[in-house]
Design a binder for this molecule. Structure first.
Ligand SMILES: [Zn+2]
Length: 393
């Protein structure tokens, strides 16, 4: 993903805003049609049907014609995706599956050009039906461009995000034999199997704290007041800062790993019930872990190293030296093995265990590390699930 700041002039801003409001309108129309079709006999409206519907809507609502046609069709993709996510959540048995919602203009923030309708010309981005918008290309776009998203932030800045396909090189990793296990945790952002701890940077912790404070202040302001509007803008600004600081940290961190290690072992956080503890959900790291693992995965592809996901089953219990189960509550921060006498920090024990699970999986096939043992996981005294007395935030 390559992201650049855009500097549209006032005329272009007004066209962009109109584009956003037209696509937002379309999103809600398509969602409405999809819901209606579903209620009238459970038939599902496919992307193809929605695209046909767009043609009809265009006749009735000429403002849609101001938007590039592919950007309109992309809205069908979004509605479709929102539905797929909804059904996935239902299937996973999430109690609050959250039916796809209609969007307000304030919450509708981007237009996507799937294949065409844009072109980069030195310091200008040519957008079909919008014009040549000034763009700051602080680094070159690499790889084949797949899609372009034009985004408006809640503070009114504009960005262009290019998503590109990586050209997978047959390049060998410089250190194919370097292997590392990573345990993501509460005390530190991550603990490595070689004993190194990685913490959230101080500046990030500081801005997170300040954000929480401002959010609390915002909630106390009277509705629809000028003060509330100001406070909301302030929160949005800080939110943007926190997001970009966090992303910067996670990018640098994942780059460090893929350059240094040939094999990186992490826990598979997708296993049901993982981070969703009410207490942990508020934690600063909650949002970051997923992003970090995604970054690792796609950067690994480019760097020619391998990310192995192992089951989180018992990674906080089993002794990494002898394999004995040593159950402990989250309050107990040290792993003391009664069998072999190993005495190390619990996160380090987990990191070592994650690495050894990956080693076993590498030689004995992936079933060896307990793929799909989510029921086992739920009943096991895994620390990441108990979390009775953790202090967070
Ligand atoms: Zn032991």
């Amino acid at each position: 993903m390559f992201r650049y700041r855009l500097y549209p002039d006032s005329k272009q801003i007004s066209i962009l805003e109109k584009n956003l409001s037209a696509t937002c309108f379309l999103y809600n129309k398509l969602l409405e049609a999809k819901i209606k079709a579903y209620k009238n006999g459970g038939k599902s409206l496919r992307k193809f049907d929605m695209n046909n519907h767009i043609v009809k809507l265009k006749r009735k609502h000429p403002e849609l014609k101001a938007v590039h046609s592919q950007a309109l069709q992309n809205v069908s993709d979004r509605v479709d995706k929102a539905y797929q996510n909804f059904f996935r959540r239902v299937k996973e048995g999430k109690s609050k599956a959250g039916f796809p919602r209609f969007k307000s203009f304030r919450r509708y923030k981007s237009i996507t050009y799937p294949q065409s309708g844009f072109e980069i010309r030195s310091n200008k981005l040519r957008l079909s039906k919008i014009g040549d918008v000034k763009i700051i290309l602080h680094r070159p776009v690499q790889g084949k461009i797949k899609t372009l998203a034009i985004k408006r932030t809640s503070t009114g800045k504009w960005f262009a995000s290019f998503s590109c396909g990586v050209s997978i090189k047959e390049s060998k990793h410089r250190f194919p034999d370097n292997r590392i296990g990573i345990d993501v945790g509460l005390e530190s952002f991550a603990t490595l199997s070689d004993g190194i701890k990685i913490d959230n940077p101080r500046y990030l912790i500081a801005s997170e704290r300040r954000l929480k404070l401002l959010q609390r202040k915002l909630s106390k302001k009277t509705k629809d007041s000028e003060n509330r509007r100001k406070a909301r803008l302030e929160v949005a600004r800080l939110h943007e800062l926190v997001t970009s600081q966090r992303q910067d940290f996670l990018h640098k961190l994942s780059r460090f790993f893929v350059q240094k290690y040939g094999i990186i072992a992490v826990e598979d956080l997708n296993i049901k019930g993982m981070v969703r503890h009410p207490c942990l959900a508020k934690h600063i790291n909650d949002a970051s872990w997923g992003t970090f693992f995604r970054n690792l995965a796609y950067k690994a592809e480019e760097a020619g190293c391998e990310v192995m996901k192992v089951s989180p089953n018992k990674t906080s219990v089993t002794c990494s030296q002898c394999g004995t189960d040593v159950p402990k509550t989250l309050a107990i921060r040290w792993h003391r093995c009664p069998n072999c006498g190993l005495h190390i920090h619990r996160d380090l024990n987990s990191a070592r265990l994650i690495l050894s699970k990956a080693d076993t999986a590498g030689t004995a096939g992936f079933q060896a590390c307990g793929e799909g043992s989510s029921s086992l996981f739920e009943s096991s005294p895994s620390a990441k699930q108990e979390a009775p007395s953790v202090r967070v935030g």
